[in-house]
Design a protein around this ligand. Structure first.
Ligand code: CP
Ligand code: NVA
Length: 309
């Protein structure tokens, strides 16, 4: 059984297969409506159960449409309506029921431990739909988007992240090892990636460049990524953190330091880390990026359901 919890645990070859499948399926849907099922209906009769302990717009919708387009169905559980949340039922028993009623489980939670616990007790695959330490479905989809726009492998590119060392960046760092691309990180001092993640990079014989100077990080970038300075799980002094990031805003001046044909990507939702001019400007591909999540979620589901050739 294949879970999708962390990019670290998935062989690079499988990650590449997921992206290739997404490309093929997207191409075949040119003349189809949103809810039309792919011709081969590979997940006919399958139920994906999803649960969000934190807000979500894109992940929720993209998984819903992904399973529908593959011929299956999705059911979203409200955490506050389950016995689990109120302590009236154990996680193990909840997992048993999810496994007998459904065929896959997608969970968004703050607790990485909870994902591991579910994995232990589930007899069906679990997908991490964002945790405090990673956002693997987002980043895999972003690699698909980058290659779709640039029409070449990401391994030939300079990728730049300007922002907090959060869950999305953690997954991007892992992706930089799995897909062998150059990664520059621009962030203030004291907001650099954790040692454990940098040690993992080192162990895998790769290097990531960290700059406390935003301009240096953006030089020669093919892609500039960003995300909210304050994430959903952040228990910080928000005012102070936003102040600490004041020199790390993405504006047109910064975009001019990157390559001429550089693109801007952001997983959304956005905050004040990017100017409206850049976010809504020509170099921004954020809407295409958001839409592509459907296609990559589809291949992630196929991978988990053992249907990826
Ligand atoms: N990018 C992303 O995961 O969006 P949601 O939080 O809306 O799902
Ligand atoms: N880093 C953000 C991503 C939201 C999709 C968060 O965790 O809130």
């Amino acid at each position: 059984m294949k879970h999708f919890i962390n990019l670290k645990d998935i062989p690079a070859l499988d990650l590449r297969k997921i992206i290739s499948e997404a490309k093929k399926r997207k191409k075949k849907r040119k003349n189809l409506n949103t809810l039309d099922v792919d011709e081969d209906s590979p997940l006919k009769g399958k139920l994906l159960i999803q649960m969000f302990e934190k807000p979500s717009l894109r992940t929720r919708l993209s998984f819903y449409l992904a399973i529908k387009q593959l011929g299956g169905e999705a059911l979203t559980l409200r955490t506050d309506e389950l016995h689990l949340a109120k302590g009236g039922e154990s996680l193990a028993d909840t997992a048993k029921i999810l496994s007998t009623y459904g065929n896959g489980f997608m969970l968004r939670t703050d607790s990485d431990k909870k994902i591991e616990e579910f994995k232990k007790y589930l007899d069906v695959p679990i997908i991490n739909g964002l945790s405090s330490s990673s956002h693997p479905t987002q980043v895999l989809s972003d690699i698909f988007t980058v290659e779709e726009i640039k029409k070449r492998p990401i391994s030939t590119m300079n990728i730049c992240w300007i922002g907090d060392s959060n869950n999305v960046l953690n997954s991007l760092v892992v992706a930089s090892v799995k897909f062998s691309f150059n990664l520059n990180i621009g962030c203030p001092k004291n907001y650099e990636p954790k040692k454990v993640i940098m040690d993992w990079v080192k162990k895998n014989k790769r290097k990531i460049n960290i700059f406390n100077n935003v301009k240096r990080a953006a030089i020669s970038a093919d892609v500039i990524f960003s995300d909210k300075v304050v994430s959903l799980n952040d228990k910080v002094n928000k005012t102070k953190k936003i102040k600490d990031f004041k020199n790390f805003k993405i504006n047109s001046k910064l975009m001019n330091i990157a390559k001429k044909d550089a693109i801007f990507l952001h997983c959304l939702p956005r905050g004040s880390e990017v100017s409206d001019g850049v976010f809504l400007g020509k170099q921004s591909k954020v809407w295409q990026q958001a839409l592509n999540r459907i296609y990559v979620q589809k291949s992630i589901l196929l991978y988990c359901f053992g249907k990826l050739r």
